[in-house]
Design a protein. Sequence first.
Length: 181
Amino acid sequence: MGEIKHKIVVIGAPAVGKTSLVRKYTKGEFQKEYISTLGAQFSRYEEMIENNKVELIIWDIAGQEAWETMRKKFYIGSSAGIVVFSHALDELESISEIQKWMDELRSNCGEIPVMLFGNKIDLIDTNDLEKNEKLRGSDSNIEKLIEKHNFLEYYKTSALTGEGVKEAFQSLVHKLYHEAK
C-alpha cells in the first residue's frame, strides 16, 4: 500500500481546546497561554501502521464567527472530522453548538467519518455533588447527540494532562487506514 494521506479538520467553538489537542497529539506539548487561531493552522503528522506510512494533515479551524465565510474553503478535501467541545462544567454551552458544527461540516464535506472529543476533563471537579449531577445530565445529552449524528466514537480528553488524546486520534487514524485498505 505504501503511503496514505488524510486531511482531518478539527472544529468547534472558540476556546474549547482544538489547537491544544492537536499540539498535544502531534508534538506532545501543551501551551498554557490561550492564543486564538486566525483562520486555520495545519499540522503534519506521520504514523506507521502495518509497515505503511500514514500522513495526516490536521487542519485546526478557527471557531470565531468572523471566520465563518473563510471556513468553507478550509473543509475542501477532508477525509474526516473531529468536533471538539469543552467538557468543563463552566463551558457546557459548547455542547449546544455541536449541532451547528455538524451542520457546517456536513454541508461542506458530506458524509465523512466524524469523531467527538469532549475536552478539558481535567477541569471537572468530581468531589462537587451538584456539579456531578449536572455532568450526568450533560452526558445524557451528549449520548443523544452521538446517536443523532452517528459519530464514529466519543472520547473524553484533556490536552493539559494528555488523557485520552493519543487514544482518540489513533482510533481515528486506524479507522481511516482500514477504510483505505
